[in-house]
Ligand binder design. Structure first.
Ligand code: SAH
Length: 295
């Protein structure tokens, strides 16, 4: 029997892990990146970066696990908010059912691989706020998918492996700067909030973590596909100059002319070109290739 003292709303994460025998299957837990954040003050701190959470906001959490972060989200939301949690591990359902039973919020759990869920398919259909301690192995591909679908997002408070957060927020000219920095910073204001030590998790992962806040920019739609192709060419060999890369992929005629009109030093290397400049360059290349047959 579950009484008040033993209900999910009162138990610590360590007690929930023990009560439900989570992590008993080590191989499975490992493959799902199950490292649970146990410190309630850190969980509260993550959610605080999403405040204010207005009525009727739709919050999406990826990988609720034993609901440490979910509980804090529920506490921060009025009953008029929608909270959708997407969890791959269906064996955690009994824990989620307990939270559902004690929560008046419009809370629901979907058992699915978050990589296969499209935000626009979630009800209610409105831009979502994503709050998540992302499983390390799918953090980057999930983020890239969302950035390509930025119109469906209002705000993101996301925890990543520290090195991934460093790449998202990297400034031009640093060795972390690359494709992830460019797409992140073009679509969002991205800022690192704070680091979380591996010892705050049970079981501790091998890596340190960082929480990043990302607010979508009010941008005109642009062709991410051509930007994607351009940055792939550029960052597959960071040591080459822009002149050489463009000549190889877009032909001789185009390179000098377009580089000059974008104000890019042809001898610059990709890591020295700012996100906005890459965008301008990709637009001009697209316009050029639609009017010329590339050599
Ligand atoms: N949010 C919890 C748990 C984080 S551990 C906390 O902060 O402590 C990561 C969680 O993501 C686990 O519950 C794991 O089962 C889940 N998960 C892993 N891969 C997933 C995927 N592809 N889609 C949805 N959930 C996933």
């Amino acid at each position: 029997m579950i009484d008040d003292g033993d209900s999910i709303t009162n138990l610590s994460i360590v007690q929930i892990i023990a009560k439900y025998g989570l992590l008993a299957n080590r191989g499975r837990a490992k493959s799902l990146g199950q490292h649970f954040l146990c410190d309630p003050s850190l969980l509260k701190k993550i959610v605080a970066y999403a405040l204010p959470i207005e009525d009727d906001t739709h919050i999406v959490e990826i990988g609720p696990g034993p609901c440490g972060l979910t509980r804090e989200i529920v506490n921060a939301c009025s009953d008029r908010c929608y909270i959708t949690c997407i969890e791959k591990d269906e064996s955690l359902k009994p824990i989620h059912d307990e939270l559902l039973a004690s929560s008046a919020a419009r809370l629901r759990f979907i058992y699915a691989d978050a990589m296969k869920v499209r935000l626009q398919d979630l009800e209610p259909k409105q831009p979502v706020t994503i709050i998540a301690n992302l499983p390390y192995n799918v953090g980057t591909p999930l983020l890239i998918g969302w950035l390509k679908d930025i119109a469906n997002i209002r705000k993101m408070i996301l925890m990543f492996q520290k090195e991934v957060a460093d790449r998202i927020c990297a400034t031009t000219g640093t060795k972390q700067y690359g494709r992830l920095s460019i797409i992140s910073q073009l679509t969002c204001h991205a800022e690192k909030m704070f680091d979380i030590s591996r010892t705050a998790f049970y079981p501790p992962p091998k890596v340190e973590s960082t929480v990043v806040k990302m607010i979508p920019r009010d941008i005109a739609k642009f062709d991410l596909a051509s930007l994607d192709v351009l940055t792939a060419h550029c960052f597959s060999n960071r040591r080459k100059t822009l002149r050489k890369i463009l000549k190889e992929h877009y032909g001789v005629a185009v390179s000098e002319e377009i580089l000059t009109s974008c104000g890019i030093d042809a001898n610059a290397r990709p890591e020295n070109v700012a996100p906005r400049t890459f965008l301008e360059l990709s637009k001009q290349l697209l316009a050029y290739s639609s009017t010329h047959i590339l050599e």
